[in-house]
Design a protein around this ligand. Structure first.
Ligand code: 6PG
Length: 477
């Protein structure tokens, strides 16, 4: 077996298969391997004419077919299956070789695996890949972590197969060890928020206008030509215009209203709590999925009164514009929070992540790709250490222009009894983060009252406790 493949892929389910084809179509010689050889054979039989594939039946032959330093992309299920493949691979590899985990791994696992492989002189590159099956084949957004050294030889290959926007690849070195998978996790958290916000906008339009799903689809198609232009808005228009073949009804009306998840959104929220970053939009979106699946609770609540005032939309165009503005502003909040989380993690784990570069590699290929990511990159170019994205001049102006609309929509939804958890919590976040003074002062006082948890004062330094059960004198703690 001559070592002639530039990169290898093991695990040839749809994502692995499409990534392998993408490498081959871009002129790389690709070693391919799968636990059951039939899948490897079918890949070569069906797509062998797309490029240069080197199939192997055994993992030993697969490794032997790779040029040094070897680059092995592992594309198997996250968790135990990934560990099992890594354990088999390690004894076959040599110093300087690179193992790439391109699945949706949880970043603490990636940190652990990177350490373990480094002890063997191997590079472990946890890599976020977004764009689904289609992206894997035609150009995904790629978020590799790991050492800068590994990126020198691996980076150019990944950049070549990634999506490109304005000639710029949607792939860059994110940072050491778990940084790539972390950023992919936050990408998915933002994806959850974006999807929930779109769903709330749809619900408002449907209930407020009494329009058909297809008519709302037309509104989304129109929105996709402006500031909201994005993959998710585009597919929303298509989904809403789709008719169910079996019943002739709007497709969206025959889908069970219980949203599921594989867990990346949950990880994002858990990490937000760990780091103390208020990613409220992402959390509401994640909980909205949980609530939709809370069947016994929903059944028990089905007859609870709403006492709603109803929503009488007098000016259709003005209402549609209000919802559009509310969607845009809430979306800015979700991204602002996600980028805060990346900054906090970067500081906590020593990753030195360039947030502007993250927005740049999300412009194409990935699920949250959107025109407005250019504006985010520009904001971080203006101020690398920007403490809050919504305080950047461009976004502050954009949100301010839509603020009255946003308030009308959230207030109207509350009056009409239409649940808008992500719209409402995003507006609450906006009002809280800009407030000169918060009732957190009272919370601190309560904590001191019942638990002597102490407080700080506005007028002088130090930590204090008041003797609440005694004479209420204050002492420095
Ligand atoms: C992507 C997607 C991808 C997958 C999500 C779906 O970036 O290509 O995010 O990773 O579609 O994991 O997540 P849920 O099943 O949790 O909705």
């Amino acid at each position: 077996m001559s070592a002639r493949a530039q990169i290898g892929v093991t695990g040839l389910a749809v994502m692995g298969r499409n990534l392998a084809r993408n490498f081959a179509r871009n002129g790389f010689t690709v070693a391919v391997h799968n636990r059951s050889y039939a899948r490897t054979e079918s890949l070569v039989a069906e797509h062998g004419d797309e490029g240069d594939f080197v199939p192997s039946e055994s993992l030993e032959d697969f490794v032997a077919s790779l040029e040094r330093p070897r680059k092995v992309v592992v594309m198997v299920k996250a968790g135990a299956p990934t560990d099992a493949v890594i354990d088999e691979l390690v004894p076959l590899l040599e110093e300087g070789d690179i193992v790439v985990d391109a699945g949706n791994a949880h970043f603490p696992d990636t940190i652990r695996r990177e350490k373990a492989l480094a002890a063997h002189g191997l590079h472990f590159v946890g890599t976020g890949v977004s764009g689904g099956e289609e992206g894997a084949l035609n150009g995904p957004s790629i978020m590799p972590g790991g050492t800068a050294e590994s990126y020198e030889s691996l980076g150019p290959i990944l950049e070549k197969i990634s999506a490109h926007v304005d000639g710029v690849p949607c792939c860059t070195h994110v940072g050491p060890d778990g940084a790539g998978h972390f950023v992919k996790m936050v990408h998915n958290g933002i994806e959850y928020a974006d999807m929930q916000l779109i769903a709330e906008a749809y619900d408002l339009l449907r209930q407020g206008l009494g329009a058909s799903a297809a008519e709302i689809g037309d509104i989304f198609a129109e929105w996709n030509r402006g500031d909201l232009a994005s993959f998710l808005v585009e597919i929303t228009a298509e989904v809403l215009r789709h008719q169910d073949a079996a019943t002739g009804q709007a497709f969206v009306d025959v889908v069970l209203d219980q949203a599921e998840q594989k867990g990346t959104g949950r990880w994002t929220v858990q990490n937000g709590l760990d780091l103390g970053v208020p990613i409220t939009g992402i959390a509401e979106a994640t909980f909205a999925r949980s609530l939709s699946g809370s069947v016994p609770q929903r059944e028990a609540a089905a007859n609870l009164p709403g006492h709603t005032a109803g929503w009488e939309v007098k000016d259709r165009d003005a209402f549609v514009e209000d919802v559009r503005q509310a969607l845009y502003a809430s979306k800015v909040v979700a991204y602002s929070q996600g980028f805060d989380q990346i900054a906090a993690a970067s500081a906590e784990y020593g990753w030195n992540i360039d947030r502007g570069a993250m927005a740049r590699i999300w412009r194409g290929g990935c699920i949250i790709r959107a025109g407005f990511l250019n504006r985010i990159t520009e904001a971080y170019e203006r101020a690398e250490d920007l403490p809050l994205l919504i305080a950047d001049e461009y976004f502050a102006d954009a949100v301010s222009a839509g603020l009255a609309s946003w308030r009308r929509v959230v207030a109207g939804a509350a009056q009409a009894g239409i649940p808008t958890p992500a719209f409402s919590s995003s507006l609450a976040y906006y009002d809280a983060v800009r407030a000169p003074r918060l009732p957190a002062a009272l919370v601190q006082a309560q904590r001191d009252f019942f638990g002597a948890h102490t407080y700080r004062r506005t007028d002088r330094d130090g930590t204090f406790h008041t003797d609440w059960s005694g004479d209420r004198t204050e002492a420095e703690a």
